[in-house]
Ligand binder design. Structure first.
Ligand SMILES: CC(C)(COP(=O)(O)OP(=O)(O)OC[C@H]1O[C@@H](n2cnc3c(N)ncnc32)[C@H](O)[C@@H]1OP(=O)(O)O)[C@@H](O)C(=O)NCCC(=O)NCCS
Length: 151
């Protein structure tokens, strides 16, 4: 992909992230807007990736506890998919979580997106499938900092 990619993090939901999410989750995937926009948005760091100034992807990360951060709402505008933009977006979110002190990141993956997250080193937790907004999901996790064990 030609052009310059730049990331921007915002605490609280920026307009560009909201627009991408509305396009992808509400219009394309059919989730209700009141399910997509939730109470975590105001306590999350949101990233937007810009290609030559145009917003092409987003995602958010917020703490579940001081060492466990939750990634979600990862979305790439349709015509920019399949070019590693989603992977870059995830990498920025994992790095942000690590900077904030996370040892582990977790996420609820749409079932058909599990292979995408596996390419980034995520593993399924229990494998239990749950409903979120009418779509089947499964919890996945990635260890960022290995625990140190005393001998
Ligand atoms: C899922 C999503 C974020 C992936 O972004 P992307 O930029 O297209 O993904 P990448 O190009 O970084 O893909 C990396 C790898 O993951 C895999 N992958 C990507 N999307 C996949 C999908 N939908 N199903 C299965 N595997 C997928 C591919 O194998 C790809 O590797 P490749 O180099 O062999 O092609 C994007 O398709 C999207 O925004 N979808 C709509 C919103 C959504 O469903 N978000 C996730 C909610 S859990």
């Amino acid at each position: 992909m030609a052009g310059m990619i730049k990331e921007a993090f915002t605490f609280g939901l920026p307009k560009d992230a909201e627009e991408i999410r509305q396009e992808v989750f509400t219009l394309e995937q059919g989730f209700a807007p009141e399910i997509d926009l939730d109470e975590h948005d105001k306590e999350a760091w949101h990233v937007v990736l810009y290609l030559d100034g145009y917003p092409i992807s987003t995602g958010r990360v917020f703490p579940e506890d001081p060492e466990t951060y939750h990634i979600g709402r990862v979305a790439v505008r349709k015509k920019f998919r399949g070019m590693k933009v989603g992977s870059y977006t995830m990498k920025f979110l994992c790095t942000k979580a690590k900077t904030l002190g996370a040892r582990k990141v977790v996420l609820g993956a749409q079932l058909d997106k599990v292979p995408f997250y596996k390419t980034l080193g995520f593993k399924e937790q229990t494998g239990e499938i749950f409903d979120d907004g009418g779509a089947p999901h499964v919890m996945m996790e990635k260890i960022l900092v290995k625990p140190k064990y005393k001998k």
